[in-house]
Design a protein around this ligand. Structure first.
Ligand code: LLP
Length: 421
């Protein structure tokens, strides 16, 4: 009757457990809304990628934008992972978490001078350059440090992915990367005009939550072709960064596994190249749940609303992308509850503040809890203080154990920067 999509979630005696931790006990101690992550799921997901890539020279750079919690980054670090960062703030976090700068790649269309200086000072592995203006600035900063820095060009292979248009980056006309037909000219520019840049890689990232193999295959083929052309103008590419983007199961999607994706790419990518990949969602997506309390029932005409204490400020994906997240009750212990269709909505003053629409759920009373699944990626990191709401606490479970990995914010936390002035 109740379908779960999260591998490490299961009901024991009617109570939802994550790994072996009873989620009811966490709610009693830490209140709601509450993010909970499974350490072992993160490890398994990472090792799946690692196993798939093992036969080739490779580096897995976790796309930390998906989840920047310090303890999550510590897990990645302990597994030998690197990081794909997209801002000075992310760079600061991953260095703090102990990830070697030699394993950090830095993408993003708007790196500032300060961010570039910070990255060069820390000796990161690779800048993924996205425009000529950026190449000029990185070259100038590198020169001022009397350094030659390693760079890759982010190329836009112009393939369509079938994913939501907000998260498709590799289609024609987006702001990301250098259009593929301008790549050779751009490489020549770096080669001859940017003496402090060492062009050794090509990078592409075509989008996110991609559930088909074809876009990955099409993009790889296009980019590998360019590597041959580049060698003819004297550019020796050593690294190919295939980005992230592999989809996961939120409802009934059947995305390829890392194994099947990588094996197929091995057929396209020449053996001498080191493969860098940047999975984000795959590593953490199904390792997180969000627990929320039912505050009120409300009936408007024929529609039933469940008003809960989590909102778009905690999880914006439904409001922003129309994303589906499975919602289940925390406890199914009581005698045969009747079921009904509900819109699960939050307290924020926006019509778009919903977490799920038209969900068939047991008629649980006010004060009981719901669990929103598959929120480990782009969940907490996209949360905000809109409506002066305090951000949730985060917990990590590991077998029977759990630990608090981020305290719940309070009113002082959300106002302190103003009172300082
Ligand atoms: N590399 C680059 C350069 C990226 O821009 C991204 C994600 C990734 C890697 C990781 O992609 P993943 O493996 O996680 O699909 N907020 C959206 C997703 C935005 C993704 C942005 N870039 C969401 O909630 O679906």
């Amino acid at each position: 009757m109740i379908n779960l999509v999260t591998p490490k979630l299961n009901y024991k005696n009617g109570l939802l457990h994550f790994e072996e931790v009873n989620l009811c006990s966490l709610v009693t101690t830490y209140s709601t809304p509450l993010y909970v992550y499974s350490r072992n799921q993160i490890v398994e997901n990472f090792l799946e990628y690692k196993k798939a890539l093992n036969k080739r020279k490779h580096l897995i750079c976790f796309a930390v934008k998906a989840n920047t919690n310090y303890q999550v980054l510590r897990i990645i670090c302990s597994l030998g992972g690197g990081a794909d960062v997209t801002s000075g703030g992310e760079l600061y976090r991953v260095i703090k978490a102990g990830i070697s700068p030699k394993k950090i790649v830095y993408a993003g269309v708007g790196k500032t001078k300060e961010e570039i200086m910070f990255a060069i000072k820390n000796g990161i592995f690779l800048f993924n350059i996205e425009s000529k203006d950026e190449a000029i600035l990185i070259n100038t900063v590198a020169k001022s440090f009397r350094k030659k820095v390693d760079v890759a060009i982010r190329v836009n292979p112009e393939v369509s992915t079938g994913a939501h248009y907000h998260i498709s980056t590799g289609e024609e006309g987006t702001k990301f990367g250098i259009p593929i037909d301008e790549l050779i000219e751009f490489a020549r520019y770096i080669l001859y005009e940017c003496k402090n840049l060492n062009l050794i890689g090509l990078h592409y990232h075509i989008g996110s939550q991609i559930c088909l193999l074809k876009p990955f295959v099409d993009a790889a083929k296009k980019v590998v072709k360019e590597i041959h052309k580049l060698s003819q103008i004297g550019v020796k590419i050593k690294y190919i960064d295939i980005g992230g983007g592999l989809g996961i199961r939120y409802k009934n999607e059947r995305p390829p596994t890392p194994q099947s994706l990588i094996l197929r790419l091995f057929e396209i990518i020449p053996e001498e190249l080191t493969i860098i990949c940047e999975p984000g969602r795959y590593i953490v997506g199904n390792a997180g749940v969000l627990i929320t309390k039912v505050l009120y029932h409300k009936k408007v005409k024929n529609k039933n609303f469940l008003i809960v204490d989590a909102s778009m400020t905690d999880l914006i994906r439904p409001a922003f992308y129309g994303a589906y997240h499975n919602i289940v009750p925390l406890s199914v212990n009581r005698e045969q509850l009747t079921m009904n269709y509900y819109d699960v909505v939050g307290p924020v003053c926006e019509t778009s503040d919903f977490l799920g629409k038209n969900r068939y759920l047991p008629d649980i009373p006010n004060g009981e809890y719901l669990v929103i699944e598959t929120v480990g990626a782009y969940g907490f990191v996209m949360s905000s203080n809109y409506n002066s709401r305090c951000r949730a606490a985060e917990i990590m479970v590991n077998g029977k154990q759990h630990y608090l990995i981020r305290e719940r914010e309070d009113y002082k936390d959300i106002t302190k920067n103003e009172y300082k002035c």
